[in-house]
Ligand binder design. Structure first.
Ligand code: HEC
Length: 169
């Protein structure tokens, strides 16, 4: 009788343990933004899809690029929930973990590239901690990191936290 009890107990323990481990094993890993090209792309597409974010305040879908911009002819610019209140509140700069995703379209509205700015505390203090990335429409990383070209041109807007789209003050 004791043997049967032990056997039942053992089965129960194994069942509970595998159930518990199974739950832990299948739990979704939460994606966090990170200053690395592929990881950031996963975050903005799977972890926290930028298509659900607000557009940069005052911009609409397929707005035409401004003179001197090297980006697409038509643009859609999204901002995450860290950047949005700072832009709306004229905070002067954008806080840690701000993300800006700009879709760059050709004149016929085919997507050409995504250009992204992500701010990570301590990443690049000489350039307001911006991490830069450019992706093909399918997510291949075309440029990432402390990209000199991005920093140089956006650096003209140093007083506006390296952004062009609208004044932050
Ligand atoms: C020669 C200048 C120049 C270079 C180089 C450049 N940008 Fe820009 N960028 C602009 C301008 C101008 C705008 C404003 C776009 C507009 O309204 O037409 C802009 C806008 C943006 C925005 C929207 C946020 C903002 O600044 O208002 C992002 C994101 C961005 N660029 C990312 C990048 C990345 C990533 C790179 C490098 C791979 C890059 N840019 C290189 C000039 C440049």
């Amino acid at each position: 009788m004791a043997k049967i009890k032990n056997a039942v107990f053992a089965v129960l323990v194994i069942f509970l343990a595998s159930f518990f481990l199974g739950c832990v094993g299948t739990k979704e890993t939460k994606l966090e933004p990170k200053a690395e090209g592929k990881a950031l792309y996963s975050y903005i597409t799977a972890g926290n899809n930028y298509k659900k974010w607000d557009k940069w305040p005052g911009t609409r879908e397929f707005y035409p690029k401004s003179a001197g911009s090297p980006h697409g002819d038509l643009l859609i610019t999204y901002v995450n929930d860290k950047a949005l209140p700072a832009i709306q509140g004229k905070a002067g700069s954008l806080p840690d973990e701000s993300i800006i995703v700009k879709e760059n379209y050709m004149p016929d509205k085919t997507l050409d590239a995504l250009t992204v700015m992500y701010k990570e505390n301590g990443y690049d203090p000489a350039h307001n901690d911006w991490f830069w990335a450019k992706y093909s429409p399918t997510g291949e990383v075309q440029a990432e990191g402390k990209v000199g070209m991005c920093n140089d041109c956006h650096g003209k807007q140093k007083d506006n936290d390296y952004t062009f789209t609208s004044p932050l003050k």
